[in-house]
Design a protein around this ligand. Structure first.
Ligand code: IPE
Ligand code: IPE
Ligand code: MG
Length: 240
């Protein structure tokens, strides 16, 4: 968390990539096609975010609630995930991006787990930007897991200690959270990490999200005054 009055690029950008299904429906295409195009939009986001100097990018790919979808769609998403992870390896290495999957990985199919481990290992040396892909992730799960880990170690449960045990640690708080697809809700994403995030809602459906859309969100963020509970005068250093 950094104190500033604007003109910064967010250190930690988080994105809820929503609207794949509606994008496909509007084109009379299967939802799967929306998800496939969504992967392309994610490629564009990763490239542009790294170019703009974002250091940590955390994207919501599959929530702990998304298991409730029809089995065919869940299976399709798992296949897409495995393929995307393999296809991405070289691209991420070339871009200097290290990938990490955050979430409860246990229920994923074996080949997906293998693809995750291999891609994480292959990209580990990337220092330009970290890409956290939240898969089977829920903010409540993350917080409970952190508190349980502290309890198991007999440590006091403080905000600082919880922050160090979250799935995204050592990456800190989210500075800017973008949600596409027109909904204005958090859907159990980074509940703890986004406590003081600036939140940008866009009506753009995720597969349409372009570098220009990201630039627009970053320009909006630059104009925000982040006060963290203080007065505007304090933040601007004009307080008496
Ligand atoms: C987001 O798009 C992708 C995932 C949740 C996996 P949706 O699939 O939620 O698209 P809409 O909201 O139905 O349009
Ligand atoms: C949130 O989108 C999860 C992801 C983008 C992966 P959903 O489309 O699942 O969210 P709700 O259920 O409409 O809030
Ligand atoms: Mg949705």
């Amino acid at each position: 968390m950094s104190l500033h009055t604007g003109s910064d690029i967010p250190h930690h950008l988080a994105v809820i990539m929503d609207g794949n299904g509606r994008w496909a429906k509007a084109r009379h295409l299967p939802r799967a096609e929306g998800h496939r195009q969504g992967v392309q939009a994610l490629h564009r986001l990763v490239e542009r975010a790294a170019e703009r100097g974002v250091k940590v990018l955390t994207v919501f790919a599959f929530s702990s609630e998304n298991w409730r979808r029809p089995a065919a769609e869940v299976n399709m998403l798992m296949r897409l995930f495995a393929v995307a992870l393999r296809d991405w390896r070289t691209r991420l290495i070339d871009a200097g991006v290290s990938l990490r999957i955050v979430g409860e990985l246990e229920p994923f199919p074996e080949d997906v787990k293998t693809a995750i481990a291999q891609t994480e290992r292959a990209t580990a040396a990337g220092t330009r930007m970290r890409l956290n892909v939240a898969a089977n992730y829920g903010g409540r799960w993350d917080m409970c897991r952190a508190a349980s880990a502290l309890a198991a170690e007999g440590l006091p449960i403080t905000p600082e200690a919880i922050a160090q045990k979250l799935a995204t640690a050592p990456d800190g708080d989210v500075d800017l959270l973008i949600r596409t697809g027109g909904e204005q809700r958090i859907s159990n994403f980074l509940l703890w990490q986004a406590a003081y995030a600036e939140i940008y809602f866009s009506d753009c459906l995720w597969p349409d999200f372009s570098a220009a859309h990201l630039d627009e969100a970053l320009a909006w963020y630059e104009g925000r005054e982040r006060r963290f509970g203080m007065t505007s005068e304090q933040v601007r250093g004009t307080a008496g």
